[in-house]
Design a protein around this ligand. Sequence first.
Ligand SMILES: Cc1ncc(C[n+]2csc(CCOP(=O)(O)OP(=O)(O)O)c2C)c(N)n1
Ligand SMILES: [Mg+2]
Length: 548
Amino acid sequence: MSPGDATVAHAVGSALVRCGIDTVFGVAGSGNFVVTNAMVAAGARYVAARHEGGAATMADAYSRISRSVAVLSVHQGPGLTNALTGITEAAKSRTPMVVVTAEATSRRSNFFVDQAALAEAVGAVPMRVTSPEDAVGQAAVAVATARDERRVVVLNLPLDVQAREARTAEPPALPARDAGGADPAEVQRLADALRAARRPVFVAGRGARGPGSRAALEELADRCGALLATSAVAKGLFRGSPWDLDVSGGFATPLAAELISGADLIVGWGCALNMWTMRHGRLIADDAVVLQVDVDPAALGAQRDLTFGVVGDVRAVARAATTVLTQEETGYRTPEVRRAISERGRWRDEPFEGTREVGRIDPRTLTIALDDLLPADRLVAVDSGNFMGYPSMFLDVPDEDGFCFTQAFQAVGLGLATAIGAALARPDRLSVAALGDGGALMGASELETVVRLGLPMVVVVYDDAAYGAEVHHFGPDGHPLDTVRFPETDFAAIARGHGFEALAVRAVGQLEGVAAWLAGSRSAPLLVDAKVTRGEPAWWLEEAFRGH
Ligand SMILES: Cc1ncc(C[n+]2csc(CCOP(=O)(O)OP(=O)(O)O)c2C)c(N)n1
Ligand SMILES: [Mg+2]
């Protein structure tokens, strides 16, 4: 017995683990110490982050790649407010996550803030443990809500309730929600539309990342002759298919953009078809039929006007539609299209002229060289900024678990924590964090975490010594740019100080250091401070600013 074992805090912690939680991310303070230790005692793995913002995004990324409910544990008040950006990203992305947070009992406490209102404000579901009698059941409901409704639940643990004597109880068995089989009439309508289409394109999103969805979508696409694309969050889903167009939207290759805009029918599968994925609608032909399939009725048409929507789970609806379409159609799958995809399906196939600047490397040249060097079995996490398209477009990934894109809130600074959480979910893969210099410094508190956890990770900083996004957006109009430009930062020295191996890269030849690290023991992580050219804005940036 440890002190605190008889308390409500302990009972809640062990109940969460009995409900299936295996990993907890957090920063331990007095208010969440007992509940966190109870989770560890019950068998959960605890990952200590150095900032709650890092912990929140690690939990989010871990959940996305492991497809399990993650737990974030934070101290009352500032522990929760520090985590809010990451919680908002997770809530917007429908990540199943439980935030276990202590809660100040008295308004006189410095730590007091209206935590339920904070949760509500960022799209999370506030819950509270209210008594020893109900504590275990309330913990179980929090996990079930996160899991079945794909929500972020903020489970408040008031300090006075935490300290009370627990009533022992097993968490109630909560039935899992129905997997979302669709109305047969809606499936028929979908099948009819697919049969009538001459040039159908499927765009799969986050809701298509579940087990079995790829196979179900490919089978249906075979029946109607559809080409296959994804939104950025599902990048890699159709890797290996000859009909894979890769990502639709700002990161789409010229060929993918041309083929998607030539479609006469587009189906968003677990995909909102939002302004990013559809380039503000420009990728949709005026007379194209636009359909959407989603488990959540409220998601249908929320981002885009539809011809019609179908409520249901992606895999279930795709399978049901496949049974209706008995005959295979050529659809969009002509020999010319297949050849074009094989010849021009990747960004690397597009010729470009690198920008030149003394002592600096073009970001495309850099990324293509890294793509050649890094093992194919990789997991790429990307931060936000002008640079972000280069790793997203030029680093190939093996499947949908090879890419973790925490960009629903478009926050700078989440990239490193994303790579850490994803790496813990897939330790068999090389995790690659692609960051701007701004995002790297914003998330730098977790550099120590990478080293402490012994993660053999590669961190690439696209270092232009600036908030490049702002420089390129405002610079051409003659605005003063002193607020968004910075002196050179020696990221290699910062990283070495944490225990990384590190090198600065100004030319392709200097990437030999990366090859040497890959061939070595990888006992310390590697940071590459790539001093990138600053002359040109990235071509997706204009798109980004249109979305404000
Ligand atoms: C948390 C947060 N703060 C500010 C912004 C606005 N913003 C968007 S991109 C950017 C610059 C990021 O700089 P860096 O990481 O160096 O990438 P770069 O644009 O230079 O490639 C900023 C400040 C944001 N999106 N999120
Ligand atoms: Mg920068």
